[in-house]
Design a protein around this ligand. Structure first.
Ligand code: RP5
Length: 170
């Protein structure tokens, strides 16, 4: 990826209480040197701010939107309904229901308004950025190389763990 300073990914969250999970998404973007912005808005508590964000994102150069929200998590769907950009949703475990509420709210979109839904929590946040990077990599050879290196590193990690396990007595 060419060095760029203006953000091409938006990392959106419904509350600052989502940050501990969403920071996993941010770490991945940092590792891949993908420029991003972090934006706080709520579908229910700040609907006008949400609409204004969704309608202006593409114009300011954003290419993928990552959205984390918990509870009755309508944020990703509401944003997806007001932009043509790909939207990736991360269900956050924020209530007594352990994230199943957010998972269903984000995944069960009506036909016509797609939101790519990740796993609940930190793994979902990590994968949201990796999916965003895969989308960007379609037209970016440098990002393709970084993704391939990342995948090879993961495989090497498994082999190292195998060696470590083999040293143990069972
Ligand atoms: C959602 O409600 C947010 O995304 C958050 O996960 C959840 C709880 O928000 P707070 O009450 O902690 O601000 O809108």
């Amino acid at each position: 990826m060419k060095e760029q300073s203006s953000p091409i990914v938006s990392v959106v969250m419904g509350s600052d209480s989502d940050f501990p999970v969403m920071s996993e998404a941010i770490k991945v973007l940092d590792d891949f040197h993908v420029p991003y912005e972090v934006f706080l808005t709520s579908a229910h508590r700040s609907p006008e701010r949400t609409t204004s964000f969704a309608k202006s994102a593409a114009k300011k150069g954003i290419r993928v939107i990552i959205v984390g929200a918990g509870a009755a998590a309508h944020l990703a769907g509401v944003i997806a309904s007001q932009t043509l950009l790909p939207v990736i949703g991360i269900p956050i475990d924020a209530t007594a229901l352990g994230g199943i509420d957010a998972l269903l709210s984000i995944a069960q979109m009506p036909g016509g308004v797609p939101v790519a839904t990740m796993a609940v929590g930190k793994a979902g946040a990590k994968n949201a950025s990796l999916l965003a990077i895969r989308i960007l990599a379609v037209e970016d050879k440098d990002l393709q190389k970084k993704l391939n290196a990342f995948i090879q590193d993961m495989a090497r990690e498994i082999e190292k763990k195998q060696e470590h396990l083999a040293c143990r007595k069972f």
